[in-house]
Design a protein around this ligand. Structure first.
Ligand SMILES: O=C(O)c1cc(=O)[nH]c(=O)n1[C@@H]1O[C@H](COP(=O)(O)O)[C@@H](O)[C@H]1O
Length: 231
């Protein structure tokens, strides 16, 4: 199992609330993920604040634009010193190749670069409305192969797809899986979910977990319980 597989998703509209949560967590037990809401509200200073508290950060901005724009955005993320960042695989091969190339000057200090395949909130019916008439998993496989071809480090996918993707793409291609729900927690808007131990057993390298930790009455206890369930 990867060391520190838990990535806690911070989805807050109040910076103090986020920092209060971070103070309760342990950087030896998890990494943090900041997405569009918090980065739009609080910008690069938030990234510094998180780094100052000793946490690795996954900057989850899911870039999707023309290749030149995405390359510059990914390089800007590298300048911030983040541990991981991402693009949408549906932006295409040229876009992903440009993003990868933009990280070359950063060498070993480059963030890990991954691509989102099919969002875990999407069902086969949602894909049909987009004109994609194949099951979600077939589309995920196609996008994941394209991501590997572009030289990226891995993909975001559902843990339900992990076993098949590992055998298709090899053990070194990282699988980052949201839609993780410990037994008894509310699925909310997630459709394709798994528990933490199921996800690791299926081949996930990193588990993105938000509300089951951030909305828990005792977030550290929730993190510790998940950590122990993986031991
Ligand atoms: O890229 C992601 O992190 C992501 C991709 C995806 O397909 N589904 C998904 O839920 N996410 C993110 O994972 C986190 C899940 O949070 P919870 O549903 O609260 O555990 C959120 O920050 C989402 O933005």
């Amino acid at each position: 199992m990867t060391t520190k597989p838990i990535l806690v998703a911070l989805d807050y509209d109040n910076k103090n609330h986020a920092l209060q949560l971070i103070e309760k967590l342990d950087p030896n037990m998890c990494r943090l993920k900041v997405g569009k809401e918090m980065f739009t509200l609080f910008g690069p200073q938030l990234v510094k604040d998180i780094h100052d508290r000793g946490f690795d950060l996954f900057l989850d901005l899911k870039f999707h634009d023309i290749p030149n724009t995405v390359a510059k955005a990914v390089a800007a993320a590298a300048e911030l010193g983040v541990w991981m960042t991402n693009v949408h695989a549906s932006g295409g091969l040229a876009m992903m190749e440009a993003a990868k190339k933009a990280l070359l000057p950063y060498g070993d200090n480059a963030p890990m670069l991954i691509a989102v395949t099919v969002l875990t909130s999407m069902s086969d019916d949602d894909l049909k409305l987009l004109g994609i008439n194949v099951p979600a998993f077939e589309h995920v496989q196609r996008l994941a192969k394209l991501t590997q071809q572009a030289g990226l480090d891995g993909v975001v996918c559902s843990a339900q797809e992990a076993t098949a993707l590992k055998s298709l793409l090899g053990k070194d291609f990282k699988l980052v899986t949201p839609g993780i729900r410990p037994v008894g927690s509310d699925a909310g808007d997630q459709h394709r979910v798994m528990t933490p131990p199921q996800a690791i057993a299926a081949g996930s390298d990193y588990l993105v977990i938000g509300r089951p930790i951030t909305k828990a009455a005792d977030p550290l206890a929730a993190l510790q319980a998940i950590h122990q369930s993986l031991a």
